[in-house]
Design a protein around this ligand. Sequence first.
Ligand SMILES: [Zn+2]
Length: 269
Amino acid sequence: MILGVDMGGTKTELIVYDGEKFDFLEKFPSNKENLRSLPERVNKLVKSYGIEALGIGVAAWMRKGKIIKTTNLNVEYLNFNFSVPYIMENDANCFAYGEYKEHEDEEVKNLIGITIGTGIGGGLIINGEIYRGNGLAGEIAHTTVFSKEGEKRCSCGRTGHLETHFSGWSIEKRFGRDVETLMREDEELIYNIEGFEILARSIANLSLILDPDLVVFGGGVGRNLNADRVKGAIKKYLLPEFEPKILISEEEYMGAKGAALLAQKRFRL
Ligand SMILES: [Zn+2]
């Protein structure tokens, strides 16, 4: 049995994987107390489920297996004192890998995974493997974009980045309300802000660079986007010769699932 953990900026989600199917266990806020006591909680699950290894997706920039920066998660609260071996991977990479395994049969080899939750995550799969570059590849959130609204301060400390225009935190800042409620109350709202066009342009640009088979969106905000709206907006900026499949993920816990699949691969379980 493998435990998959997805530590996002807002929520942490846990699933178990027996090599065939996934079972959702629980989710809780990624606050100080919960992050600090995570090993305690996990070590209990290790005993009760007979967990052999953990796969942990974390909303962090990683290089050579180490966290070098977190933008939407307080790194001081993280505690990795687990009783079984674990792997740690950027959460968007976990999502992208999970989606890749989901679509592997459809001859998908190259994939862009975009998670939009508190922030924006980007994961790249090239020829069936996570492409990390020197560790940070795919950080589309912090690419500099053009906006008529000028430059705003980003979660990373710089200004003018994609994440300042279309992410959970930036939408909440703009409207002063929580993004889930906003999306529920007015379905049109987020498609009418300039940030949605900026997102579409950025994804189209990345698609021209990688020419992927599939672009898939996940995360709390991403999974609730309208597929037709997203496709229409991206296609406006894509050249007609580029035809990636564009999907909204159907899986609710794909970050945690991908993390478990990566642990399975690493520890040959
Ligand atoms: Zn940034």
